[in-house]
Design a protein around this ligand. Sequence first.
Ligand code: TGC
Ligand code: FAD
Length: 392
Amino acid sequence: MRPDLFEAPDYYNLDDLFSEEHLLVRDAARQWVKRDVSPIIEEYAQKAEFPKQIISGLAEIGAFGPYIPEEYGGAGLDQISYGLIMQEIERGDSGVRSTASVQSSLVMYPIYTYGNEEQRKKYLPKLASGEWMGSFGLTEPNHGSNPSGMETKYKDMGDHYLLNGAKLWISNSPFCDVAVVWAKNEEGRIHGLIVERGMEGFSTPETHNKWSLRASATGELIFSDVKVPKENLLTGKTGLGAPLGCLDSARYGISWGAIGAAMDCYDTALRYAKERIQFGKPIAAFQLQQKKLAEMITEITKAQLLAFRLGQLKNEGRATTAQISMAKRNNVDMAIKIAREARQILGGMGITGEYSIMRHMMNLESVITYEGTHDIHLLITGLDITGHSAFK
Ligand code: TGC
Ligand code: FAD
């Protein structure tokens, strides 16, 4: 892969709106990605392996629990800093951002928000430092977009719970130390349980042959009569709203992350178009290529403004689920379209691992599917504006 020459576009001078802290946090993440991710990520994507050596670096830039208070090992930052960290990491690779999203919003967030003080103290500092890695089990073989139908269940055995079931498509599962698992009790109410590697009957087989998110480890969580200690139940919130609350936080991060992938594709295509000569001119001088590039920067700028405003609303505790859905849906769709157009600007070179575009394009096929598909987010907006649910 070529050296990372990335220069971030900022067409509407958004940097003027960020605080000094935002810029410091963002620039530290940006430099780390250039130094520690860009040089190795193509190789790891090609061999379909998560680069575990970057875990300590992710922890150092505050990617594990950016908004979790410092007393629990988090970075104690605001939501815009969290978004900017996700943007920079996904500029490197969506799979690496996935690992950070899961750790922060799908594992640390529920333990912090729905857990008790003992659980927070036991798990959060180790998750923040990357000593322990987490996964989040909601999706099942028969229940993806409709998690309320989940079949994974647990039974109260007096001195422990007995957990049975299976989760599919779980990021980080093959190497996770802890998993936040959503399961129904005997009354059919959904609860979160913290399952630890090493518990008898708990296994995490890896899912192979992915064409997308190859540098992220994906797998299953299988529970066969797993004895879960009673103190591992998350009691702060129950029902489907509990896992959906975590998704709000992760989807918000993705709305920023997708901008990073789009920026990288745009920047690469712009540089290539200025350098590549055909018919005696740089291809950047042809109207058709300018149309592609001009539309890309317009869409990136709109997405940045959407994410920034959403960040302000999140900081004020006013962002709604539907607003988050709109940003996740719009920004990932924007990024995937830009990746496809940018790929074309590079001609044949665009399909090689010399450039990051094809990897982003394939990664984004997962990003547009997980954390709620493109269709599901449209239906969430539809329900919000009409009052009619079109899910069922
Ligand atoms: P519905 O009847 O609408 O809602 C059930 C209950 O939940 C409440 N609720 C929420 N609460 C908090 N936050 C939210 N965002 C909420 N949305 C809904 C709702 O008020 C209700 O509460 P109550 O008290 O009345 O029971 O549920 P439904 O069964 O009709 O489903 C709604 C639907 C389809 C929108 C939802 O289930 C959904 O979002 N489906 C998509 C599933 C999804 O996103 N899965 C993601 C799995 S995790 C993942 O992909 C990680 S990838 C990570 C990575 O690698 O980066
Ligand atoms: P389905 O729900 O079967 O949907 C198939 C198609 O039908 C989609 O196009 C969908 O939009 C459409 N559809 C479904 N319902 C409706 C409807 N009511 N109206 C109109 N169209 C509809 N899950 C986790 O729990 N944890 C993880 O860490 C995790 N990581 C993932 C990592 C990767 C790489 C991938 C690919 C997925 C991951 N997921 C994870 C699972 C992900 O959240 C699901 O794939 C996603 O929610 C969609 O579920 P499904 O794949 O079962 O598709």
